[in-house]
Design a protein around this ligand. Sequence first.
Ligand SMILES: Cc1cc2nc3c(=O)[nH]c(=O)nc-3n(C[C@H](O)[C@H](O)[C@H](O)COP(=O)(O)O)c2cc1C
Length: 328
Amino acid sequence: MADLSVSYMNLTLKNPIIAGSSSLTRTVEGVRRCEEAGAGAVVLKSLFEEQIMWDVHQAEKETSLLAHTEAYDYIRKTTHEMSQSNYLNLIKESRKAVSIPVIASLNCVTKDPWTDYATKLADAGADALELNIAIMPTYLMQTGKEVEGTYLKIVEDVRKKVNLPLAVKIGPNFSSLPHTAHALARAGADALVMFNRYSQFDIDIEKMTLKYGFRFGTPVDIHIPLRWMAVLATQAECDLVGSGGIYDGEAVVKHLLAGARAVQVCSVLYQKGLDRIKGMVEELEGWMDRKGYKNIDDFRGKMSMELKGKPDYYQRLQYIKVYSGEDI
Ligand SMILES: Cc1cc2nc3c(=O)[nH]c(=O)nc-3n(C[C@H](O)[C@H](O)[C@H](O)COP(=O)(O)O)c2cc1C
């Protein structure tokens, strides 16, 4: 029988499948169900920076700035549902309810002093902290350097405040992800989660309004994170976790072969149910048995850029006509 356990940021996971942050992990019951379904760890729904700032505004009785805006309504609603104290309670109660690691998640968009809040999450008993940093540049004068500087400042600030294992969840859009990954690890990240799926922008052409696109990832989303996993696996100075479009054991195996320590799954749980976690664990185990692997470290990274030694596959971005006449 193969041993599926992995070490992720020095936490021991019984298997590499982590239930990623989403509304499925916003209650103790949800967290318990993920454990029952076989998850190796769980990342709680993110507490959003805006929610923390809202509480700060409340405390200071300075709500007028936000009054009567959509943001005001949204924040009022979500704050009601998940205030800071509810979130700390969710960590405490989840920690008691399950034996798998519970990773708290903070969404960050600025480098404001709200990062003090990270210490409260640590005190509440989180096994690790995941920073879900999502900055959308929308102004002409905003340079890539400034945006990346904000990522680094957030990580540095939080690192100074907590000793917890610290993961940073990012999107794929950086000019040079290897350099950014290196800088994030130097700033204090113990792991990078690649990648988040952001809300999808869309337009309703009949109502002439803005709307959100399809919420969930699909199996074709695996290719971008998989390539980056293989490229960064032996270069990054921190653990790497694959996330995006992982729907079955085959996708889990691909990420581990590329060099991932673990994977996070989310959309598949909404689309196919929590039982898919158990299914993926069995499919991973079945593959390891067929290939004769006893431990994940026996094959982890075997298809990474450095170990495979075929940089063309990792570097090629454009389709070209090959001799067969097919575009690849
Ligand atoms: C409905 C939904 C809610 C999500 N909420 C969060 C969140 O609060 N924090 C976060 O870091 N990621 C959140 N995510 C992103 C997922 O954790 C995951 O990184 C992303 O969806 C890519 O993986 P997937 O293709 O398996 O869904 C959410 C995703 C979905 C679909």
